[in-house]
Design a protein around this ligand. Sequence first.
Ligand code: PRX
Length: 635
Amino acid sequence: MSYYKISDLEQYFKHYKKSVREPRKFWGKIAEENFLWYQGWEKVFEFEMIKGEIKWFLGGKVNIVKNCIDRHLSKRGDKPAIIFEPNSIEEKEQIITYNELYTRVAKMANVLRSQGVKKGDRVCIYLPMIPELAVAMLACARIGAIHSVIFAGFSAAAVNARVKDCGAKMIITADGSYRGAKTLQLKTIIDEAIKEETSVEKVLVVKRTGEEVSMKEGRDIWLAPLYEEAEETNIAEIMDSEDPLFILYTSGSTGKPKGMVHTTAGYMVQTAYTFNNVFHNNDDDVFWCTADLGWITGHSYLLYGALLNGATTVLFEGIPTYPDAGRFWSIIDKYKVTQFYTAPTAIRSLMTEDYEHVTKHDLSSLRVLGSVGEPINEEAWHWFNDFIGKKRCPIVDTWWQTETGSIMISPLAYVTPAKPTYATLPLPGIQAVLMGEKNTEITGNQVMGSLCIKFPWPSMARTIWGDHERYIKTYFSDFPGTYFTGDGALRDEVGYYRITGRTDDVVIVSGHNLGTAPIEDAINQHPAVAESAVVGYPHEIKGNALYGYITLKAEGTSRDRENVRKEINQLITSHFGPIGKLDKIQFVDDLPKTRSGKILRRILRSIATNEMDNFGDTSTMINPEVVQHIIDNKL
Ligand code: PRX
């Protein structure tokens, strides 16, 4: 009996039961039968949830890139591994076969080694969505360096924080990047990010846009000449199952970003397994995930999950609306994409465009549609189903997180049923539970609670880089003995899960996690600002947008409000990039507070979302009179 592919609903239930009753056998068999190991493991797992200590495939020796590329070469050497679709329709696509990918990764790995990068070193990658980004990630993994991809829309300050936190030895970047009709200067941002002394010794620069960049002697090097000279073969590093594979930063509800550490073997096994089952993978498929490689979705499905299964994966450099709003549909048509995996925010924005953009293109190759990153609303779900999938493609609404590494709750295409707005059933191996107050599990159906997972799974993040205490506090303390996701969920009458949203101060804007506290910190740096509170409110396209309530210092009250508004958003952009901008800024005389001085964000959130009939318990509020004033002046 193989557990690697689930063929029907009955088998799903069988595998699920097996995974709960005999997790060692279940995962052990999947790992043993589907991957290449230098040496098998001694123990499938070992854990102590309370301490956040989790290990999988202990003692195993493996290299994920050998599994992504080398082992496919004999059978699939000439099969396209990556199809690169450039930003401009004038530029020719690149079809990179598995053989070609092997050579590119080997050369890049040799370049990195020649520049002193060794196993365990951290390499930050700040690149546009071009093949070099995928190749750089794989090259790091091949030689055992820990990659930390930083989304190339982040500002210099955000890059600086990440580079410093992980102590990167090298940054790989490009001169610039193309995004629609715009060009961004990436190298300049890197120069700014590391203008003061950091751990970075080398900056490797890919030429993409041809802009002029300044190259610092002894630190900055062009990739091209080194790459041309590099050997075309490379011996991969032998990694322990639990050696870190990458660090990926995600926002927390407070303070600095959390560097989630993913390790090698568990991540490999589960991203491959979930890719194969959620997307109903077949050998001649063309998989397209529109997420940037700078996010976990890009890591786990565009790259690792797809290549581990020997699939063909599309890498798109551009944006959905360039040169016109039919770009996504034209790409599906051009490459005969079979699985299309995107985010609700993209769907919502494209459904407002002229429908001719869709009908112009032949979408009949599609077999599976996927959604990820935030709850998908009913209208978007139906539009996706009716107009893109033409009611013949199952939609997989996949719930998971940067921390979980792979998809946790989702329909399995052609295997388990879908229900609009529901992530439905947990995958085998995932023991989802709803928890209530006092750490009690809420059993039965038609219930709501805090979504937790009560048993470890192979691809879970093992720690927060440099801060294990924070890891324990964030994920293992609210409901001791389980992993707390930070999300609320409901379970319907048949046991399907629907994610209701974050229960903490994280807001998901256009699919990006934003902690409100770090944004408030940035706003408070403005000289005219006394205090601020940022909350999320529903937005038609972005899912959520940010609403800031701001009090000004006495000397700031005479300033022109429009200018202050602009400056605040500039300040936020300089810290986080444009993603963090506030859509609404309301200047208020005072913020509602508790007796102990805590801002009552809950009330501000209710005002922003127009849910003013019930503010809940307000007995602890010290200044109830400000509330009406805020409501009267609401934007
Ligand atoms: O709130 C959930 C939401 O996105 C959060 C995780 O964000 P991030 O780490 O950036 O990873 C996003 C891509 C995996 C979750 O805690 N979320 C993600 N997928 C869904 C979702 N909410 C509802 N439905 C989903 N399918």
